[in-house]
Design a protein around this ligand. Structure first.
Ligand SMILES: *Cc1c(COP(=O)(O)O)cnc(C)c1O
Length: 314
């Protein structure tokens, strides 16, 4: 069996990211709540995509790519961080984004402008159209290119979060629950697989902030990432738990999410975002209030970033 560190990986972030207890929130919720600061992952404004990009862009470099394509929504944190990473590596970032939800040049769109990324919008809801557009643009540019899927969520990208589970195991303390946002699936799948391998007794909960079939996506990505690691594991339903935190829709703020953002800011002085981490933390608060952590034990909330989107809320 391989370890995620056996894979070719570029150093883009600053790891390990800090882990610390949320003293005030713990008191308020009557449970021991800690936070993993992947919002401080060390590239751009930080965030979870940095860990995935270390694996994906190593593969891109190994294949001789000069141009990096990726996609996402108009305010994709992943697209912005991919552009930042490409700049660091001397590669040309081209972002083919979904046109829906494009606003004035704010938030991640402003950051992409500063990064000098080539940003193009396609009026579609179907990623197949977007990947076809990447091939068209790539052929027109006439340089070797590499396509990163939405959210960096394929098996290779997910290894970034299997490695994060290993990092959490080495860092300590021991956690009974890990809670993260799930938007395209790679973070959750990587953590859940990593927990199975390196954190026995820790349950990973994916707080779904979109309406994709995550009950199918999560175990599939876990199995594909396990196959890359040649890990002799059988993924079962008991290896992960999912919770619907989407509210009115992907990237549409929810009342619960906004309340959770205020709770975190007013008690800990930390900022969550309305699309991912606010909704995920609202899910954690609901679990605490339903008594999910009553038996004691420690809970780790993954702060997966999202600061760029904070400045683009309607
Ligand atoms: C992309 C993203 C997520 C979700 O991670 P996935 O691997 O796409 O499920 C969570 N939080 C933030 C801030 C993100 O940008």
């Amino acid at each position: 069996m391989k370890h995620p560190n056996d894979f070719h990986r570029l150093r883009l972030g600053i790891f390990p990211t800090p882990v610390h207890k949320l003293e005030n929130i713990s008191r308020l919720l009557g449970a021991e709540i800690w936070i993993k600061r992947d919002d401080l992952s060390g590239l751009g404004l930080g965030g979870n995509k940095v860990r995935k990009l270390e694996f994906l862009l190593a593969d891109a470099k190994a294949q001789g790519a000069e141009v990096v394509f990726t996609t996402g929504g108009a305010q994709s944190n992943h697209a912005m961080l991919t552009a930042a990473a490409a700049r660091r590596l001397g590669m040309t970032p081209v972002l083919i984004l979904k046109k829906r939800g494009v606003t004035a040049c704010r938030g991640n769109q402003l950051l992409e402008k500063i990064l000098g990324a080539d940003v193009r919008f396609v009026d579609t809801d179907d990623y197949a159209d977007i990947y076809a557009e990447m091939d068209r643009v790539g052929a027109a540019l006439g340089r070797p290119y590499y396509k990163i899927p939405c959210g960096g969520s394929n098996a290779l990208g997910s290894l970034g979060y299997a490695a994060c589970a290993r990092e959490i195991a080495e860092q300590g303390p021991r956690f009974d629950h890990i809670i993260c946002a799930e938007g395209s699936g790679g973070t959750m799948a990587g953590l859940a697989l990593g927990a199975k391998l390196y954190l026995p007794g820790t349950k990973v909960h994916g707080m779904m902030v979109d309406t994709d079939p995550f009950d199918e996506i999560t175990p599939r990505l876990m199995r594909e990432a396990a196959a890359l690691l040649e890990a002799p594991v059988e993924v079962t339903d008991a290896d992960y738990s999912l919770c619907d935190c989407c509210g009115p829709g992907y990237a549409i703020p929810s009342e619960e999410g906004n309340a959770a953002m205020r709770l975190m800011a007013e008690n800990e002085g930390l900022f969550l975002d309305p699309v991912y981490t606010g909704k995920a933390f609202a899910g954690l608060v609901a679990m605490a209030r339903e008594g999910a952590f009553r038996e004691g034990g420690r809970v780790l909330f993954l702060h997966s970033g999202g600061a760029g989107g904070l400045f683009a809320v309607e």
